[in-house]
Ligand binder design. Structure first.
Ligand SMILES: [Cu+2]
Length: 321
């Protein structure tokens, strides 16, 4: 029978690095400088605090400097009574867009200094920022240099697979994957963006179906067929100029989605053609359908029925074929 300490050692050895990092986050961290909260979702803004639970070997803390990792942008510190706050800016590895402007640099470190935090007391140093959308699934490290009346502590060590937990770990922020926007479906290498259709005027027997299909993989896929709950059958169409007249024609072989590319099915271009409608489509309805791809297979989708767009090409005449 294993004694408990022996079992713990065996278990610790088998932990992959991600689990080890999680253990650092979730474990009893009262003795370390940590972030609270220490979890965030990619693509969202954060408000978090560095928790400083003690000084350096009993000596009072006089300055805290935190380094902001790549993937966290738009950082602003909260001023703190009795402390002077300073920031350093530098270019981001990946610029981002905010309110239509490209932001290519920002705060990369914050220092609160000039205060005095006795070893017997605890304090929080607050800042806000945003986690970039592609930082999902990572544990971002925020190394901290804690300066005290006597000495300093460098909280910058990283947990490594197969190594014991470091005594001075950098505070970590565990970032969950960004939420898919409403109406976006991911299946295999394909992303299907917001399928929609359009209300039909009385008596119309056809309607268009639209969405954006993106292939994030390395091989082509092909939309080969589809079904729509309120129509007898569905064709895949393209619009093209023919003797100076815009006409639609069925794509017998379906529609290829090249790797790394997006194909937009939209009024005036490629579209699904819902034939033999059983009843008119009304604005606000949600109608189920199925898209069939050569590689990704069958995908259930829901088409949002939008209002009748008088000026949009797909609703304007070409449907009498
Ligand atoms: Cu058509």
């Amino acid at each position: 029978m294993f004694s408990r300490p022996m079992f713990s050692r065996l278990a610790a050895r088998a932990l992959p690095v991600a689990a080890l990092a999680s253990a650092l986050i979730a474990g009893p961290a009262a003795a370390h400088v940590t972030l609270a909260p220490n979890q965030a979702q990619a693509g969202t803004s954060i408000r978090t605090a560095l928790r400083v639970p003690h000084g350096c070997d009993g000596s009072a803390t006089t300055a805290i400097k935190v380094t902001i990792p790549e993937g966290v942008v738009g950082v602003k510190p909260m001023p703190k009574a009795g402390w002077t706050v300073a920031t350093e800016t530098a270019p981001y590895a990946k610029p981002y867009t905010s309110h239509g402007k490209t932001i290519s640099e920002g705060v990369k470190s914050i220092t609160w200094s000039g205060g005095n935090l006795p070893d017997a007391q605890y304090e929080e140093f607050i800042f806000i920022g945003s986690v970039q959308a592609d930082a999902g699934g990572q544990n971002l490290a925020f190394p901290v240099l804690q300066t005290c009346e006597k000495g300093a502590t460098d909280w910058s060590e990283m947990a490594m697979q197969g190594q014991p937990m470091p005594p001075r770990p950098a505070p970590l922020l565990k970032v969950a994957a960004a939420a898919a926007p409403a109406g976006v479906i991911k299946v295999g290498d394909l992303t299907l963006d917001a399928p929609w259709s359009r209300a039909t005027p009385g008596g119309a027997k056809v309607a268009g179906g639209f969405l954006k299909i993106t292939n994030t993989g390395t091989t082509p896929d092909r939309l080969v067929s589809a079904t729509f709950e309120q129509s007898g059958r569905v064709e895949i169409h393209e619009m093209a100029m023919n003797n100076g007249v815009m006409t639609m024609r069925p794509l017998a072989a379906g529609l290829e989605i090249a790797p790394g590319k997006s194909v937009e099915l939209a009024p005036g271009g490629f579209h699904l053609m819902f034939m033999d409608l059983k009843q008119p489509l009304k604005e606000g309805e949600k109608v189920k359908g199925v898209l069939v791809f050569q590689k990704a297979g069958k995908v259930d989708v829901t088409f949002d029925v939008r209002g009748l767009g008088a000026s949009a090409p797909a609703a304007a005449g070409g449907h009498q074929h």
